[in-house]
Design a binder for this molecule. Structure first.
Ligand code: AMP
Ligand code: ZN
Length: 470
């Protein structure tokens, strides 16, 4: 089988064929860095990380270029900087560092490029100039606007017509707009906001143009895959596409595929049947979650459902994710003495991911491999162990030492208690206080902890609930 991806533009699954298999390119719209990321923001990161890994597996690690940008010019960043009385880059660098650490905890590989709007300003201004020269944009009252009428294919990605958009536009359309649907490429900065010089006066870029300029600068057109959450289809990606095509080719119709060849959008993560959003105040922060739960379990929870479907976030979802990983790490622990006979993922696992990232089916295949490890003959176990580790790696799972997983799976309080009891038990044994040492062993047993004594001291692990070993 080969890779098929659902393309938002075509509205169907299509076989994936890159422009150049030696240089496969993907761009995903990243966060605005002014606060901690919520778990919804992590969904595109984890989903497109799976795709990144799959592409690397297929085309070779060096052949895949993945750019995930950071928006570091924004009203919310300005507001936060003003509130704290610092420069904006103090805010953006702080939250970018936290974001990168938190996403690494979720097992996301670092993208090849992480371009930032503030570091792309020359390319942004140059691109706006090209749009003005081609008659696709016009300057008015210190602003530069994209002229949606100049691009006959406008609306192609989201399936909206320009007439509908004009009819739906709010009544208070800015007077300098020729058409209600026209959008900002450049605008004057308000007092106290960061400002850059441009041929149209001092100011700052609009949001959409940043991504188009970063794509041209880091990857070049056309890119193979453009991704993001489905809230970005309109207006962000529609506008990116229009200005990207017009700047590169001119505005005539028929160039829609020359910007990005496949558009992919993840569904939203909801919380209590509402969309998780900072303005609704119902956010769960990744930073808080990974302080209490292994990042791998959070990652699993984010991949249980199909990436295009909406997903409800809940404590039970996370608990279930942890149990699933207990089951798989338990199987790996029970075949610690088996030498894997392959380092390739199973073909069924690969086929599931290649079917538009069917992660649920891929996970079912991981469980099937775990069953083979438990019930198969020696040859089958050696094969299944290798396939489970390689398949897990391809999805960003199962790379920890199984013993470490079962310790890491213990909550910090339990962990501290177990470690104190073990230290006490060592002291009791050194003092030859055998009754005390035995009592501590019973206490640990009651906590579901198995202690393994060795020449170098003692190690411990939790029994997984499904296991019947004593
Ligand atoms: P933002 O910082 O809001 O611009 O979002 C960064 C990325 O996260 C974008 O690709 C959004 O589409 C995506 N995103 C934001 N909120 C959610 C959510 N609740 N569920 C899934 N994706 C989201
Ligand atoms: Zn973008």
């Amino acid at each position: 089988m080969s890779l098929n991806l659902y393309d938002t533009m075509a509205r169907e699954k299509r076989p994936f064929v890159p422009v150049d298999p030696k240089r496969v390119t993907m761009y995903v719209c990243g966060p605005t860095v002014y606060n901690y990321a919520h778990i919804g923001n992590a969904r595109p990161v984890v989903v497109f990380d799976v795709l990144f890994r799959l592409l690397r597996h297929t085309y070779g690690e060096e052949a895949v270029l993945y750019a995930a940008n950071v928006t570091d010019v924004d009203d919310k960043i300005n507001a936060k900087a003003q509130a704290e009385g610092v420069e904006i880059d103090v805010i953006t660098q702080r939250y970018l560092d936290i974001y990168n650490r938190d996403m690494a905890t979720l097992g996301a590989l670092a993208p090849t490029f992480q371009p930032r709007a503030t570091q792309t300003m020359d390319a942004i201004i140059e691109m706006i100039g090209r749009l003005v020269d081609k008659g696709a944009a016009y300057a008015a009252e210190g602003h530069v606007l994209f002229s949606t009428e100049s691009y006959p294919d406008y609306g192609q990605l989201s399936g909206r017509s320009l007439d509908d958009m004009i009819a739906g536009a709010r009544v208070d359309v800015a007077p300098y707009k020729r058409n209600a649907a026209d959008f900002v490429l450049w605008k004057p900065s308000k007092p106290g906001e960061p400002v850059w010089d441009s041929p149209w006066g001092p100011g700052r870029p609009g949001w959409h143009i940043e991504c188009s300029a970063m794509i041209e600068q880091t990857l070049g057109l056309p890119i193979d895959i453009h991704g993001g959450g489905n809230d970005l289809i309109f207006p962000h990606h529609e506008n990116e596409l229009a200005q990207g095509v017009c700047a590169a080719h001119g505005c005539e119709a028929g160039h829609g595929g020359d910007y990005a060849r496949y558009w992919m959008h993840n569904g939203f993560l909801n919380f209590g049947s509402e969309k998780m959003s900072k303005s609704l105040g119902n956010v769960v922060l990744v930073h808080d979650l990974v302080a209490q739960t292994p990042g791998e379990a959070v990652r699993w929870a984010l991949l249980v459902g199909h990436y295009r479907a909406p997903q409800e976030w809940s404590g039970e979802l996370l608990e279930q994710a942890r149990k699933s990983l207990d089951r798989l790490y338990g199987a790996l622990r029970r075949c610690a003495d088996v030498t894997a006979s392959t380092d390739a993922p199973s073909s069924k696992f690969l086929a599931a991911l290649e079917d538009d990232l069917n992660t649920a089916q891929a996970m079912a295949e991981l469980f099937a491999l775990a069953s083979t490890i438990e019930t198969g003959d020696d040859e089958a176990r050696a094969q299944a162990k290798g396939e489970l580790l390689a398949s897990g790696a391809l999805m960003g799972f199962l790379q920890a030492d199984p013993e470490a997983w079962f310790q890491g799976g213990a909550d910090p309080e339990l962990k501290a208690r177990v470690e104190a009891l073990i230290a006490e038990r060592i002291a009791a044994r050194t003092a030859k206080d055998w009754p005390r040492a035995d009592a501590i062993r019973d206490e640990l047993n009651a906590l579901n902890v198995v202690v393994m004594d060795s020449a170098d001291g003692a190690t411990w692990r939790l029994r997984e609930p499904s296991s019947s070993e004593d």
